[in-house]
Design a protein around this ligand. Structure first.
Ligand code: OAD
Length: 234
């Protein structure tokens, strides 16, 4: 059975109303990465970091999955082999769209993490700086998201999946952040076919055997239909 590994980024949730990072007017045009997405930024000003993620969590809670999330859930259900979705996104729209087995390599807004003992629990909609950990009682709560200079989650699992992939697809990501940006090379190294679906060519565009340019809600369902009709990745 041919395994498909799919990497998604902010572009897949753009049509659900969630902002991307590097497009014009994106999140990194409005906030400094060093302030809101690094351990040092959190140590300097935890209230500002909570404010940033609280706003994103509130917005994400209102968002609905779009046709691209739903199409990937359909692929996962109907493809005869395994379909692994690895997302850099911290929203829950893949699961809201019906997907199972989503790997959240950058964590999730739905989680709270204790900076003291590492305990994880379900995040309230808005986190407060002094909220104590339910296990160790230390007031070091943070969003369970991966920041710059931290190690993404589940990398061994992702590498194992890539090693067995017949097809690797990258959807809605600019290909500027590693390790995710390097997955395409790993997939190529094991002979997988590589496909990019994005609004515009990403930084690693030349690495892909096939490219579908356009908005995710249009190109992803079309690609999924083709794949299911073909029944093979080649
Ligand atoms: P980016 O904002 O870097 O890239 C989003 C990509 O989606 C761009 O290539 C856009 O062209 C494309 N795009 C925008 N709208 C689209 C649409 N409707 N349909 C299809 N594609 C669309 O976001 P990511 O690549 O996900 O990490 O960013 C990767 C990581 O950088 C994030 O997980 C985050 C960020 O800093 C951390 O915070 C650790």
């Amino acid at each position: 059975m041919e395994k498909i590994v799919i990497l998604t980024g902010a572009g897949i949730s753009a049509e659900s109303g969630l902002g991307t990072f590097r497009d014009e007017g994106g999140l990194w045009a409005q906030h400094r990465i060093e302030d809101v997405a690094t351990p040092e930024g959190f140590a300097r000003n935890p209230a500002l970091v909570h404010q940033f993620y609280n706003a994103r969590r509130v917005q994400a809670a209102k968002a609905q999955p779009n046709a691209a999330h739903q199409a990937l859930a359909r692929l996962q259900k109907d493809w005869p082999g395994e379909v692994i979705i690895v997302t850099q996104n911290v929203d829950s729209l893949h699961e809201a769209g019906g997907a199972k087995h989503v790997i959240y390599m950058h964590g999730t807004l739905a989680g709270a993490l204790c900076g003291n003992c590492g305990h994880c629990w379900t995040s309230p909609l808005e986190m407060e700086v002094d909220e104590p950990c339910p296990v160790c009682q230390q007031p070091l709560v943070r969003p369970d998201v991966v920041w710059f200079r931290e190690m993404p989650y589940f990398m061994d699992e992702v590498h194992d999946h890539l090693a067995g992939a017949a097809l690797f697809a990258s959807i809605g990501t600019s290909g500027q952040v590693y390790p995710a940006a390097g997955f395409v090379q790993q997939a190529r190294a094991v002979g997988a076919r590589t496909v990019e679906l994005n609004l515009e060519p990403s930084a690693g565009a030349s690495m892909f055997d096939e490219t579908h340019l356009g908005s995710a809600s249009t190109v992803v369902p079309r690609w999924v239909d083709q794949l299911l009709a073909q029944g093979s990745t080649q």
